[in-house]
Design a protein around this ligand. Structure first.
Ligand code: SF4
Length: 647
């Protein structure tokens, strides 16, 4: 069933026994060799064939932020040698990614003005770079060559040259950011000069028998940038120049076309890699094409290989969510794969700032050294009750059982998952149900006794050695004057039966839940969908709490679908005909509605604690029951891990 995935392939001299590459991810942990070694070791042991490191800047000007590995700095060896040892010891192979951010570097990081082909303002780094001189271009080529030689001498199995996602090499290839009229720009041919010169310099540095992969853009998705044909022509030129594989990236950081968000169907961009593969075949260049972006299962990778869209598939975030994704899939344990849900909340959103990267559904990611995997020990004899099987409770129960405790997990609803059950209904968020599938099987594997449809009383809980309350949240009550009989529901009632809502819905609140509900209600695929939906809030920020890499895409989507968004709007009164509000100009306005839905935050739901504490039962409170502000699933999973480890 995964025959193509698990067939061998060669990238030039590099032999791989399967076709899944673990793609490059900047972790913001690049100053911590212990954390890096444990992180990569676990992925190599989990079956990752070729692992590509996060971008290693070839010089300080090219670093994408403060916490970048500088491959040409003598300190790089102390960081990467233990990592390489760990990966090789676990049977993996590793490529170093040679990186230069160009105009995507942040001026404030080192107080250095970013360098780029031309002085074109970047929306991403919010600065105007300086145009590189001929000398600076030549120095940068030397830095790429030196970085490649350093990687080889450190023992890396390959290098990957980063030329996509809008970074320096991609900037030279694009007419939008390369306005030069010298040998480095002026027409499509000359705009290929720098990418090709980098490959030539790297090749000369490492020699003919060393694998060099070129990551290159398949589609920039920025107005005025390279055409698809120009991007494909560059990939062909790189293959002709001696790249051992081309790895196709999609979209720039400045692009307003969602490329990695949950709303993007898995495999959406593989046709672009497939087009480049066809162009290489037409040119009789048998160079493998690596497809990437928003592929989150080996089954999707198998389909891409079967369709001829790629020769290998690169996945990055799925290895954060489950370091063992390859080994589990190979064994046929698909139900035990913790699937990446493309939320970006603990990975991309953090990698763009300064916070260390982890994973929402796998809070151990990046912290494997602090939470080492151990074989499940013999039963400890300690009985623990976990009340509430939302994200925090599921994670706590799994962690406790893995430590050898006897765990009863109580859930008053008929199925586990908590707020993930609601999220999974939202168009584009079906993968949230994969998290519930994963925990259903993982909890069974670990022997957790799951009691759904059960709300234990305090007397029953008092019989446990420890109780973890992960009882979650309730919708925050909103007091609204009412002068008619218009239905007023809370968001849970609305999610429970969206088909019963009328044609005109006004949602009070505009955070993540309100935005999700609006997406559900306007989706033409949902029975009764295509409604007239308005969301409003007193504050000015619609979509507050949604991560930065997702918020713009979701707001773009709901506005395009006709959802009316009203910031700065105060609800006044529910009448027989709708919701009377004060708009941002201070005028009283009636918003016609058939139903008003309240989605204005949550409050903790925390039964039992006082009574259990009075009886002397140790209690730990986690998740929304502890802090309902800005309902935060990253925090919930993390607290589940921490609480489960502490018992
Ligand atoms: Fe995937 Fe979200 Fe985890 Fe990132 S944080 S790896 S997007 S599940």
């Amino acid at each position: 069933m995964l025959d193509r995935v698990f067939s061998p392939v060669s990238l030039g001299p590099l032999q791989l026994d399967h076709r899944i590459v673990m793609g490059s991810m900047h972790l913001n942990r690049e100053d911590d060799p212990r954390a890096l070694a444990a992180f990569y070791r676990e992925r190599a042991a989990g079956g990752a064939g070729l692992i590509v490191t996060g971008g290693a800047a070839v010089n300080r000007t090219g670093a994408g932020g403060a916490n970048y590995l500088l491959i040409n700095d003598p300190a790089a060896a102390a960081v990467m040698s233990p990592v390489l040892d760990a990966v090789h010891h676990a049977g993996g192979k590793m490529a170093l990614q040679l990186f230069h951010a160009g105009r995507y570097a942040f001026e404030a990081t080192y107080g250095i003005t970013p360098a780029a082909p031309s002085e074109v303002y970047s929306d991403f780094s919010r600065c105007v770079p300086r145009a590189m001189t001929q000398t600076q271009i030549e120095d940068t080529l030397s830095d790429f060559a030196a970085g490649a030689a350093a990687a080889r001498s450190l023992g890396f199995d390959a290098v990957e040259i980063m030329g996509s996602e809008g970074y320096l090499i991609n900037q030279f290839a694009s007419p939008l950011t390369n306005r030069r009229r010298d040998g480095w720009g002026g027409d499509p041919q000359r705009r290929q000069s720098f990418p090709r010169a980098v490959l030539k310099a790297v090749r000369e540095a490492v020699g003919a028998g060393y694998p060099v992969i070129c990551r290159t853009s398949g589609a920039d998705f920025v107005a005025g940038s390279s055409t698809l044909e120009e991007s494909a022509a560059l990939a062909v030129a790189l293959a002709r120049d001696g790249a051992d594989a081309v790895n196709i990236g999609i979209g720039w950081h400045e692009s307003r076309v969602p490329s990695v968000q949950a709303m993007v169907p898995p495999g959406r961009w593989l046709d672009i890699a497939g087009g480049i593969r066809a162009a290489l075949a037409a040119a009789r260049l048998p160079v493998p094409v690596i497809g990437s972006n928003r592929i989150n299962s080996l089954e999707a990778a198998e389909r891409a290989l079967a369709a001829g869209q790629a020769d290998l598939v690169s996945m990055a975030r799925p290895f954060l969510a489950d370091p063992g994704i390859v080994a589990k899939s190979r064994r046929g344990d698909r139900s035990l794969v913790n699937t990446c849900i493309a939320c970006n909340e603990a990975c991309i959103d953090r990698s763009l700032g300064a916070e260390p990267v982890s994973c929402l559904v796998n809070p151990r990611a990046g912290r494997e050294a602090d939470f080492p995997l151990r074989p499940v020990p013999p039963p400890s004899g300690v009985r623990v009750a976990v009340v509430g099987a939302g994200p925090a409770g599921m994670q706590a129960a799994a962690t406790l059982a893995a430590a050898g405790h006897a765990v009863d997990l109580f859930e008053r609803e008929q199925t586990i998952g908590g707020q993930f059950r609601l999220a999974g209904q939202v168009p584009g968020k079906a993968d949230f149900l994969q998290t519930i599938r994963y925990f259903t099987h993982e909890l069974a594997r670990l022997g957790v006794h799951v009691l759904t449809g059960t709300a234990p009383d305090t007397a029953r809980l008092a019989g446990y050695a420890h109780v973890i309350l992960a009882t979650g949240v309730r919708p925050r009550p909103v007091r609204l004057r009412t002068s008619g009989d218009l239905p007023v529901l809370d968001y849970r009632q609305a999610f429970a039966d969206p088909t019963a809502l009328g044609a005109r819905v006004v949602i009070v609140g505009a955070g993540g839940i309100a935005v999700d509900l609006s997406r559900l209600l306007v989706d033409p695929g949902v029975p009764g969908g295509g409604r007239n939906v308005t969301i409003l809030r007193r504050g000015l920020r619609i979509g507050e709490g949604i991560g930065p890499s997702t918020r713009w895409a979701v707001l773009q989507e709901i506005r395009a679908a006709g959802v009316r968004t009203l910031p700065g709007t105060t609800p006044l009164e529910v009448t027989a005909h709708g919701l009377r509000v004060r708009d941002r100009d201070g005028a009283a306005v009636l918003l016609p509605a058939d139903v008003v839905v309240l989605a204005a935050g949550q409050v903790p739901h925390l039964p039992h604690r006082a009574a259990l504490t009075r009886r002397g039962v140790p209690v730990t409170v986690i998740g929304g029951a502890l802090d309902a502000s800005g309902l935060n699933a990253v925090r919930a999973f993390d607290q589940g891990l921490t609480a489960g480890t502490a018992v």
